[in-house]
Structure formats: C-alpha cells, structure tokens
Design a protein around this ligand. Structure first.
Ligand code: ADP
Length: 151
C-alpha cells in the first residue's frame, strides 16, 4: 500500500525549519502532501496560492512532494487523500503540549490515522514563520531563514 503522509501547516512563509522536517521525513513516505491550511479567520502575509507556488518551487526536485490547499479538519483532508499519517514538527516543550492535544483529538476522531513527530534541529528550534514575518515587516534580512529557492 502506498504510504501517504500529510504535513499540515500555515507555511506563511515556509522556513528552513519546515524544509528540514520535510526533507528528513521523506524516507518514511511514498508521497508527502504539504497541506496549506486556509483558515479564513487568520490574517496571512501570503495568500494560499502564493504559499503553494513558493513551496512547489522549493521542492521542484522532490517527486514525492505534492502541495495542496485545504480547509476544514485535517483528518478529513487526510481521509479524502487516502493518507495514513500526519506529520508535525516539534521545537519546544510548548510545541509538544500543543501537538499532543491535537494529536490525541485526531487519534480519537480517526484511529486509523497516526501522527508522527520529528524533533527540530537545535539551530532551527527558535525559528517560526511569525518571527520571519516580523523581521520582514521591519525591513530585516530574512534570507537565512527561508529556503534557498525563495531568496
Ligand atoms: P501551524 O499554524 O499549523 O502551526 P506552521 O506553519 O507554523 O503551521 O507549522 C507547521 C508545522 O511545522 C508545525 O508542526 C510546527 O511545529 C512545525 N514547525 C514550524 N517551524 C518549525 C521549525 N523551525 N522547526 C521544526 N518544525 C517547525
């Protein structure tokens, strides 16, 4: 059976921390769908379509990676794509507590779908899209924090 993973997130914008988690996870899956959440209550810097083209550019040479926009429950999106795994990254104990709650609720709703967590490398553990947005907003240099394909 094809092993399909979903990496859901905002990716506003994708950072080298996300890129690292994605590349490290690829040996686990036949296909990894990077699923861009389009929560209409959130205000984003980049539109879902812009984020999709950015991520496609970053993984242009990775045939296992697909990029899709979704809304609604992540588990429903996984079911609609036949995915058995949800991938998330963990930077800190705060991330762990947050991810643990979501992971347990997802497991309760759909026991067939497993959540997998990869630990962030120490050099990326303070990096977040929101910090990158702030640096950009104030005219700072974000080039070290976003994938090379986007510089
Ligand atoms: P969300 O709004 O769903 O948290 P994000 O794009 O902020 O979306 O994060 C998506 C996933 O990537 C989350 O699991 C998050 O913990 C992980 N992540 C974000 N930044 C990093 C990083 N620097 N290193 C490792 N994982 C990260």
């Amino acid at each position: 059976m094809e092993r399909i993973g979903v990496f859901p997130g905002s990716f506003d914008p994708i950072t080298v921390g996300h890129e690292d988690i994605i590349l490290r996870s690829l040996s686990l899956f036949d296909t990894l769908i990077i699923a861009i959440g389009s929560n209409s209550n959130k205000k984003y810097l980049f539109s879902p379509e812009e984020r999709k083209s950015q991520i496609e550019a970053v993984f242009a040479n990775q045939p296992k990676v697909r990029v899709m926009i979704y809304d609604g429950l992540t588990v429903n999106f996984c079911k609609s794509r036949g995915a058995q795994y949800i991938l998330r990254g963990i930077r800190t104990s705060q991330d762990f507590e947050f991810e643990r709650n979501i992971g347990l609720m997802n497991l309760d709703m759909v026991p067939e779908i497993e959540s997998l967590f990869l630990i962030s490398r120490p050099e990326f553990s303070a990096l977040s899209s929101s910090v990158v947005r702030d640096i950009k907003k104030h005219g700072g240099d974000i080039s070290r924090y976003i994938p090379k394909a986007l510089i």
